[in-house]
Design a binder for this molecule. Structure first.
Ligand SMILES: NC(=O)c1ccc[n+]([C@@H]2O[C@H](COP(=O)([O-])OP(=O)(O)OC[C@H]3O[C@@H](n4cnc5c(N)ncnc54)[C@H](OP(=O)(O)O)[C@@H]3O)[C@@H](O)[C@H]2O)c1
Length: 313
């Protein structure tokens, strides 16, 4: 990899982007545009930036991620999740940059009970899912070398996520009703970032002296990258509360009750089957995503350092 290589990272304030930033630094000069410099809802600013920076890699975890709000803001969701990705792809193709992009299990309709593979038919049930699928398709059509990582149920010690919401509500309430008929896998944002760094390292080693985009031609495509194992939202919350009780037996935490999706209506429909097979990622890049229970323990351990139990009672 050239020593002056530039990596353009979007969404560095997000769950995945903030974990990516320190891990990308060993690969080159990481350019992190502020929100004032690029608004993905305005692809022109993005195009100009890519032309002036001429990055070797564009890593794009930025997205419109408000799944329910997207139902009433479809234009904005499509602008950020599809049109901006199209612009990234076209500009990357023009300068020979390689794009790493993130997508979602919500591109599937959730039918069946087995893990989806990358070649299974899509069928998004929500505006968010449809806008992310349109982004995938636009990137593929752009002709840029690309790696699209479809992930699910992203969480970590910071950011807006299910785990932090559940821990907060469990401290505040006596009971919580949690959906127990949607099946999938929680994915730690740091594990995704580590996987991404591993893949970049492998791609650079493979390219050697050849242009990166040329070397990656046969690797371009979609890869599923979700935590190993499976559970439900209720299973995830129950395990988090159980581990918290183990860590701090004095803590008073809510009792959890399993409910059906039909008992918790939301503006956006979610797939009941979000399971994704990550075998392609393991086969092509030798990376196995962390077991969700193991990563949950790691995140809770990190939280206990940053937010000791006494302070959260
Ligand atoms: N979260 C999940 O459960 C989940 C599940 C499956 C797939 N994914 C995918 O994984 C990727 C990373 O998700 P995440 O959880 O890290 O998302 P996140 O925490 O919501 O972060 C989104 C990032 O995008 C930025 N962004 C939003 N609108 C923007 C705009 N108009 N211009 C520039 N930047 C903008 C945000 O910046 P500000 O901080 O300035 O708003 C933030 O840095 C996304 O592609 C998402 O679709 C996420």
């Amino acid at each position: 990899m050239p020593s002056n290589a530039r990596i353009l990272l979007t969404g560095a304030t997000g769950q995945v982007g903030s974990e990516l930033l320190p891990l990308l630094e060993p690969f080159g000069n990481v350019i992190v545009p502020s929100r004032a410099e690029i608004d993905l809802a305005n692809p022109d600013s993005l195009r100009e930036l890519i032309r002036s920076v001429r990055p070797r890699w564009i890593v794009n975890p930025a997205a419109y991620t408000a799944v329910d709000k997207a139902e009433s803001e479809p234009d904005l969701a499509y602008a950020i999740n599809a049109e901006a990705v199209k612009a990234i792809g076209e500009e990357a193709s023009a300068i020979g940059a390689t794009v790493i992009h993130f997508s979602t299990d919500y591109v599937f309709d959730g039918s069946g009970t087995t893990p989806y593979t990358e070649t299974d038919p899509t069928g998004p049930q929500s505006v968010y899912g449809a806008s992310k699928l349109a982004g995938e398709q636009a990137l593929i059509a752009s002709g840029a070398a690309h790696l699209i990582f479809r992930t699910s149920w992203v969480y970590g010690a910071t950011g807006k996520n299910f785990l932090l919401t559940i821990l907060k509500l469990a401290r505040e309430r006596d009971t919580l009703r949690i959906v127990a008929d949607q099946h999938g896998a929680p994915t730690w944002s740091r594990d995704l970032a580590r996987m991404t760094a591993h893949v970049i390292h492998q791609c650079e080693a493979l390219a050697g002296v050849r242009p990166l985009s040329e070397a990656l031609a046969s690797l371009s495509g979609i890869y599923h990258a979700a935590g190993s194992g499976e559970t439900t939202w209720h299973g995830f919350a129950a395990e988090a509360v159980r581990l918290q009780r183990e860590r701090d037996p004095e803590s008073k935490l809510a009792t959890l009750h399993p409910i059906l999706t039909s008992e918790y209506p939301t503006p956006a429909k979610r797939p009941v089957n979000s399971r994704m097979s990550c075998e392609k990622l393991a086969h092509r890049f030798g990376w196995t995503m962390m077991d969700w229970q193991q990563s949950l323990q790691d995140v809770l351990a990190e939280l206990s350092v940053t937010q000791p139990a006494e302070a959260t009672r």
